[in-house]
Design a protein around this ligand. Structure first.
Ligand SMILES: Cc1ncc(COP(=O)(O)O)c(C=O)c1O
Length: 347
């Protein structure tokens, strides 16, 4: 009897075999070393890092994570979770998680119709990014004076409105909140959009309503320096689908966000030249936890501020900053103005 040679076709006698699952240990593109690099950034001690590495190496990571919002084989990516939590937290229909507050403002202004030949009324005190995002959108910022609260003075807005004005962009500064009722009233009277810059006051409320939800679009910075934020990020919220779509267009390369990205425009003006302000999955993983903890963080700020103010009851030489809503402000700063004009030294 002649001995049969292994058959490379059939798998009989040691040839190739059909298999239903990948065999062997995965060597993912993003694996344990990348994970450890994140753990190091959290500042764990060398001993703890060694334990984490041992636990991570014991796990077969398969093909490893795909750290992007698109095409991830997950029920919900961290970016999607961030957007869901933002919608639930602020009670709005739409949220976009972005790479920075500046990106959120730029997307919001373009969504609101800012472009060549338009003007946006911005406060005289705030941060560079608000006016810069107007310029980035090819509009012109027009500065409105602030009142003693250091927020946009609603009584000074009307004098600045021209046929070119398309939006008013109040900034809530240093944990404070702007007088949104009065600002929105002026905007509605003149058919203008309101873009709120909430970068410094995430979690603040005016008359019991979150700042960021008074206007047409609310923009937050989710950077390390802010009330919510791990490293660098941003957030945009709105209740209007068309504003959300337009903001997404700017933030997502024109049309990447669409249900069928290569489809022709579904309405006139849907497609235009966008850019990329996508939030990274790693950043979103941190930010989504922080956003959920925001009410707790804000409550702590408020409690500490109350304590400080209670300890200052007897002063009379300085005036505390005017607050548009003392219960609604976040309260991580206590500010005073210089002595009032009727001030006299203590005898
Ligand atoms: C009022 C205000 N608007 C916008 C921004 C810009 O945010 P980001 O640094 O995330 O771009 C900041 C950041 O400091 C800010 O304070």
């Amino acid at each position: 009897m002649t001995e049969r040679k292994p058959d490379r076709q059939s798998g009989l006698l040691g040839g190739l075999q059909a298999t239903t699952r990948a065999q062997g240990r995965g060597e993912p593109k993003i694996g344990v070393d990348e994970f450890m690099s994140v753990a190091e950034r959290f500042g764990f001690s060398p001993a703890t890092l060694a334990k984490i590495r041992a636990a991570a190496e014991a796990e077969d990571m398969g093909e490893g994570p795909f750290l992007a919002n698109y095409y991830a084989k997950l029920p919900e990516t961290k970016v999607q979770a961030m957007e869901r939590v933002a919608r639930e937290m602020f009670g709005v229909k739409y949220a976009i998680a972005l790479s920075s507050g500046t990106g959120a403002l730029h997307s919001a202004f373009v969504a609101a119709g800012v472009g060549p030949g338009t003007e946006v009324i911005c406060p005289a005190i705030g941060f560079f990014a608000t006016a810069a995002a107007v310029v980035q959108s090819n509009g012109v910022p027009i500065f409105c004076d602030v009142d003693e609260s250091l927020h946009m003075d609603p009584t000074k807005i009307e004098a600045l409105i021209t046929p070119r004005t398309v939006a008013i962009a109040p900034t809530h500064v240093m944990g404070g909140v702007a007088n949104m009722e009065a600002i929105v009233a002026v905007a509605r009277k003149h058919n203008l959009r309101v873009v709120e810059d909430v970068a410094q006051s995430c979690g603040g409320t005016y008359k019991g309503k979150w700042v960021g939800t008074w206007g047409d679009l609310g923009c937050f910075s989710i950077s390390a320096y802010k009330i919510v934020g791990g490293g660098e990020g941003g957030l945009l919220i709105t209740d209007e689908e068309r504003l959300w779509e337009r903001a997404n267009g700017l933030a997502e390369c024109g049309g990447l966000w669409r249900p069928v990205r290569f489809a022709p425009p579904r309405y006139e003006g849907e497609l235009y030249c966008g850019t990329n302000y996508r939030l990274s999955e790693l950043e979103a993983a941190v930010d989504v936890v922080q956003l959920q903890r925001m009410p707790e963080t804000v409550a702590r700020f408020r409690a500490v501020k109350r304590q400080v103010l209670e300890g200052l009851k007897t002063y009379r030489e300085i005036t505390p900053q005017l607050l548009n809503d003392p219960d609604g402000e976040v309260g991580y700063r206590v500010r005073f103005s210089r002595k009032p004009s009727n001030w006299e030294p203590r005898s």
